[in-house]
Design a binder for this molecule. Structure first.
Ligand code: NAD
Ligand code: DAU
Length: 339
């Protein structure tokens, strides 16, 4: 099977490439091309373990560039396109919404058009539970739940989901959409809650908690997410949406306390800061459809995955220091200075 993966140098995309080509799979039957623009979030270091693989090729380019995308799809003739490429951070999309709209909407459109032109047999668009917006307890969103995006990021993802699904309805293109809950694990850029809190805790810095920290997120290990995407490609049905929920729903403050306890730092490092505008209170997903149709199950319990993730950040301080140098400092200042 020939894969064209976009955004494969990011957090989840790189985990997916390691799943396809890493040693755990033995002799891989996959050929993989990775198209990535290498934004602040793209990092080829994340792919060091597979960079020399004979069945892997990296292409530096933008999914919004129709010339690049069309030429690549014509050349690779992929059996499947998996679209991870995105501006993925809510806070950045609040500070500057334009990049989210450009990549998440126009980029997805450009890929869909190339797939239509070249009759790509399968297209999986990677999306998020944030498109459902905040969900009151005790409800869970299934795939028919209304879309109520709250941030420029989630609105751009909801729009790209609808666009992708319209290509199934209109052109009978075999498109699928997956919507996952909050991921965590190694190589996550330290702008998101878990890696930011681990990294600040390890450095003994303040841990900024938005508002009262009572927002609930459902945590999914990145490797469970990647196995779910592969299951959807191999056993899912075209034209369908599949939710991918995590193994544990917790208020933010409880997650941060677990991190501080594991690192041996006092809870007093938590610092309440002004809340995120439009902050969704609770995400909750039902993955029953994916489980029923593909047999996938989340396999990594949260406490175990969190402990291993903390160890990974402890052992990869040089990776964190490199990604936190330069642009990151500027972002941190913009996002946190006046809260
Ligand atoms: P990330 O920010 O870590 O990585 C994004 C990658 O996309 C980077 O390698 C970046 O260089 C690349 N990229 C960005 N714009 C591009 C463009 N125009 N052309 C080509 N490449 C481009 O993101 P992530 O956390 O790995 O998320 C991957 C996907 O999964 C996104 O679509 C996101 O919406 C979705 N998702 C993320 C989560 C999560 O918790 N992180 C949960 C559910 C869904
Ligand atoms: O739910 C899936 C989504 O999860 C993905 O689509 C997004 O790409 C991903 O970024 C993530 O979005 P969230 O906004 O839920 O994740 P984030 O890690 O930014 O924040 C998680 C929670 O922690 C949220 O309630 C906000 C809070 N938070 C976050 C940061 C960065 C804080 O309290 N302090 C912080 O400094």
């Amino acid at each position: 099977m020939r894969f064209l993966v976009t955004g494969g140098a990011g957090f989840i995309g790189s985990a997916f490439l390691r799943l396809l080509l890493g040693p755990a799979r033995g002799e891989s039957s996959f050929d993989v091309v990775n198209l990535d623009k290498l934004t602040y979030a793209g990092n080829l270091e994340n792919l060091a373990s597979i960079a020399g693989h004979p069945r892997y090729r990296f292409v530096h380019g933008d999914i919004c560039d129709a010339g690049v995308v069309n030429a690549l799809v014509a050349d690779v003739r992929p059996d499947v396109i998996v679209n991870f490429a995105a501006e993925s951070h809510v806070d950045r999309s609040i500070l500057s919404p334009a990049p989210a709209f450009e990549t998440n909407l126009r980029g997805t459109f450009t890929l869909l058009e190339a797939a239509r032109l070249h009759k790509t047999p399968r297209f999986l668009h990677v999306s998020t539970d944030e498109v459902y917006g905040s969900i009151d307890p005790p409800h869970e969103a299934d795939e028919n739940y209304p879309l109520r995006a709250s941030s420029p990021y989630s609105a751009s993802k909801a729009g790209s989901d609808l666009l992708a699904l319209s290509y199934f309805a209109t052109y009978k293109m075999p498109v699928m959409v997956t919507r996952a809950s909050n991921n965590y694990g190694p190589y996550q850029f330290p702008e998101k809650l878990i890696p930011l809190m681990i990294s600040n805790a390890l450095e003994g810095k303040a841990l900024p908690i938005y508002g009262a920290g009572m927002q609930v997120r459902d945590w999914l290990h990145v490797e469970d997410h990647c196995r779910a995407i592969l299951a959807a490609i191999e056993r899912g049905r075209p034209g369908e949406i599949y939710n991918i929920g995590g193994s544990r729903a917790l208020p933010n403050v409880e997650v941060v306390k677990l991190i501080l306890d594991a690192v041996g730092k006092p809870h007093s490092l938590m610092q309440t800061v002004v809340d995120r505008p439009g902050h969704d209170r609770r995400y909750a997903l039902s993955s029953e459809k994916l489980v029923r149709e593909t047999g996938w199950q989340a396999a990594i319990p949260f406490e175990e995955g969190l402990q291993a993730t903390i160890e990974w950040y402890r052992n990869n301080a040089a990776w964190t220091a490199r990604v936190k140098s330069g642009e990151y400092q500027h972002y941190y200042e913009r996002n946190y200075a006046n809260r």
